[in-house]
Design a binder for this molecule. Structure first.
Ligand SMILES: [Zn+2]
Length: 311
């Protein structure tokens, strides 16, 4: 019998990282901690209402700030999984040396272990960009799964276009593009081979969601589309053994938050209110549950999928 698992994960990229992607150099003031201070409490309340245990991908260096550390410890204490989103969130992580890559994985793992009392078992790469060297580091660090591969042609094309346009305007982005071969990777959970976009016998990969119409099944699409689009896109995901919905804390940033004004020209999703965006996410969850899907953390999904024979 195939399983019907759905997992919601939330990347805790803080506002300065968005500013870096968009090449914004202005001072951020109180916006600098908006994800941890304003978005996470909103998501935490929403997850409680929906009775969902989720996976939060934390960046190691963000846990050097005491209030962020308390937030992460509290999330862990209320049953959520805390996973590894690297120590510095270098967008060009895969272009660094093997030692630096291993260090990025290990330092964040140690930081989370120190905050929660348990080592994380899952990893998500900055900007969805992975490499065989990164997978070697994840296996050496004893990870159970990775969830970064994003074989989505429309997302890939949009990112390539955005980076080209910034280059033409001589604006510098911190972001980089993965090899187009990633588009050939499986859309279902698989064990990575060498190269990582081919199935093999390595680490368990839980790819980021792509709908049947090749659209990115991620928080940004759902909150921008609203409840009806969220329901339609979720229906396109039904039938898979794992629906992997990736959100960012920033997805529930609120249009009324004036401190984020510098990002408004770059982020259409900032024109919507947080309540409206959470309604779209609730609608997606309802479609999953009505179809018999069980919502679990990615770590739990990885444990259950590891028990079934690999394809
Ligand atoms: Zn990130």
């Amino acid at each position: 019998m195939t399983s019907k698992l759905a997992a919601i994960s939330i990347d805790l990229d803080e506002v300065p990282r968005y500013a870096a992607i968009h090449g914004i150099e202005a001072s951020l003031g109180s916006a600098a901690h908006a994800v941890y201070d304003r978005c996470v409490p909103r998501l935490q309340a929403w997850l409680r209402e929906e009775s969902i245990s989720a996976t939060f991908f934390a960046i190691g260096e963000d846990l050097e700030r005491p209030p962020n550390r308390e937030t992460i410890a509290a999330l862990y204490g209320s049953g959520h999984e805390i996973a590894n989103h690297s120590h510095h969130h270098y967008y060009d992580l895969v272009r660094r040396t093997e030692n630096e890559i291993a260090d990025e994985v290990e330092r964040c793992a140690a930081m989370i272990a120190d905050t929660c009392g348990t080592r994380p078992v899952g990893f998500r790469a900055p900007g969805y960009t992975v490499s065989d060297a990164l997978f070697r580091a994840l296996e050496a660090a004893g990870m159970l799964y990775d969830s970064s591969v994003f074989p989505c042609p429309t997302y890939y094309a949009a990112k390539a276009a955005a980076l080209t346009s910034m280059k033409l305007q001589r604006r510098k982005s911190a972001s980089i593009l993965d090899t187009p071969s990633v588009l050939r990777a499986p859309r279902r959970p698989y064990r990575v081979g060498r190269p990582y976009w081919q199935p093999g016998s390595g680490l368990l990969e839980l790819p980021i969601g792509v709908t049947k119409l090749q659209l990115p099944y991620i928080g940004t699409s759902l909150v921008l589309g609203g409840p009806r689009v969220a329901a339609m896109m979720t229906k396109q995901m039904l039938g898979r053994e794992l629906i992997n919905l990736e959100l960012h804390g920033f997805d529930v940033a609120d249009a009324a938050d004036d401190s984020l004004h510098m990002l408004v020209p770059h982020r259409a999703d900032l024109r919507r209110r947080a309540g409206e965006k959470l309604r779209a996410l609730s609608r997606a969850v309802r479609v999953m549950r009505e179809a018999g899907y069980e919502l679990v953390t990615l770590g739990e999904a990885a444990r259950r999928l590891s028990r079934t024979p690999s394809r």
